[in-house]
Structure formats: C-alpha cells, structure tokens
Design a protein around this ligand. Structure first.
Ligand SMILES: [Zn+2]
Length: 254
C-alpha cells in the first residue's frame, strides 16, 4: 500500500474528473490520500471530499494567507480541526519566497504560532510549509515547550538542513522535484537520510514528477517519487513503499 500524504484535490483543476483521478490512484496502489486544505474558502469542499473512504484531510491556514486571515477564520478552523477525519493541522509555516514586508513576516509568524497552539490543543501533528525560511522555522520550534510531531512538506534542502529538522523529530516530505536532474542537493539528502525519516507526497496539482512534467500532477504519480528514492538508495521499490507507508500510518494515526 502507498499513501499520498499531501494532495490538493479540492483545487478547481480536479473539478471535472476527480472520481477518475481517485480511482486511478487506488488502481496504482495509492490506497490512502491526505487532502490538504489550507485556504479557508476550500475547507467545506475538502471536508466533503474527506467523507469518502480512504481520504483523510488536514486543515490549516497557509502563510501566504497571513494578510487576509480574519477572526472568523480563526473561529472556524477550531471546528474543522476537530472533524473526525482531520489527521493534521496544515499546511502551516513561513513562506519568504515572495516579496514581503517586515510586517508580513510578523503576521506569518503570528499565524504559524496560533496554529501550532491549536495543533497541540487537539493533539494533531503538523504539516509544515517552510519556503526559504528554514532558519526561522527551526528557531520557532526550538522555542516551544513541546515540539509537535510533523512533516516538513516538500523538503528540498541540503543534508545539513534536513538534519536540523530530523533532530527535532520531524519527517521529511519528498515530492516530484526529486526526479528532476537539477535537484542534486535533495538527491544527496535522500541518499543520506534514513528511510524512517521519509514520507512521500505529490502536492498535486503542482510539482509533477519529470515523467509528467508540464502536466497536472495527481496522486497516482507519487509512484515516480518512490521509484526515484529506491534508485538513489539502490534498494527495492517495495522497501521504500513499505517504510514510507508505515511512517505515514504512524504520524497521522491512520
Ligand atoms: Zn501543498
């Protein structure tokens, strides 16, 4: 069994053929999918989707939403997090990729901290979005009394950066970009990482693996990332799928 631990099937790009996409995933061995819903306007849609068998959900507010978040959103998210099939809070974190002011950074950190508290209040793991912000994310975690369990979503850094997160108890979420030629640092990270530290995810409809580059990504393509990990580590596909699935089952309590 394979698990896509990070999908955005509520995205409009899946509106016309969602059933086919999900069936294709199940047929490819991807027997469970975690839908990530990190913009308030999609929460209802994702909740509806999570009522299907073998689809789970994470609710959160993405850092790029920090300037728009309302008190109403904060009230609502508490209820969504308590939903039966909500297995994590996410994706949450910091995103310094886009032009941003000092004020935006402050708002992102506040949004992140509030949601870390919610995760701890409801004993849920976190799915962390850290884009060009690894240092700040690490120091925010180090300042916490209790560091939550979780995954660094779409990890793309060096072995040294990976170690900082793994030492804090986090797993590394590995996505399609691992299959790109230029992802040398990430390949090295995967080579050095223990299998017990890795999760696989698609982040679909984004980040298609090399074989499908330029096309919409979907959960069944997570197989390509598993194949690449196996090739890099020179081990069998089954060993990689078994370990990463076990890691996902444990982290998200599936
Ligand atoms: Zn995502």
């Amino acid at each position: 069994m394979i698990i896509d631990t990070h999908a955005h099937l509520s995205d409009e790009k899946f509106d016309t053929d969602k059933n086919v996409v999900i069936e294709r995933a199940f047929n490819a061995g991807v027997k469970k999918i975690i839908e990530i819903s990190c913009e308030p306007q999609y929460w209802d849609k994702a909740l509806e989707l999570s009522k299907r068998d073998n689809i789970f959900v994470a609710f959160g507010i993405h850092p790029n939403y920090a300037e728009k978040v309302s008190t109403e959103d904060y009230k609502k998210i508490e209820f969504f997090i308590q939903e039966k099939k909500c297995v994590a809070v996410g994706e949450i974190g910091l995103d310094y990729h886009y032009d941003f002011s000092e004020q935006t950074a402050v708002l992102q950190k506040e949004l992140f901290s509030i949601q870390l508290k919610l995760a701890s209040k409801f004993s849920k793991p976190v799915i962390v979005h850290s884009r060009e912000a690894n240092e700040d994310v690490v120091s925010i975690f180090k300042a916490l009394k209790v560091i939550p369990k979780g995954v660094i979503h779409c990890f793309s850094g060096t072995p040294q950066q990976a170690k900082k997160f793994v030492d804090l108890g986090f797993l590394l979420g590995i996505d399609g970009p691992l299959t790109y030629k230029k992802s040398e640092a990430l390949k090295q990270t995967v080579l050095e990482a223990e299998l017990s530290s890795l999760l696989v995810e698609t982040d679909c409809p984004y980040l298609s693996p090399q074989k499908y580059r330029g096309q919409r990504n979907e959960p069944s393509y997570v197989v390509e990332t598993l194949k690449e990990i196996a090739a890099i580590k020179n081990i069998f596909f089954e060993e990689v799928s078994k370990s990463t699935t076990q890691n996902a089952l444990e982290l998200f309590n599936l």
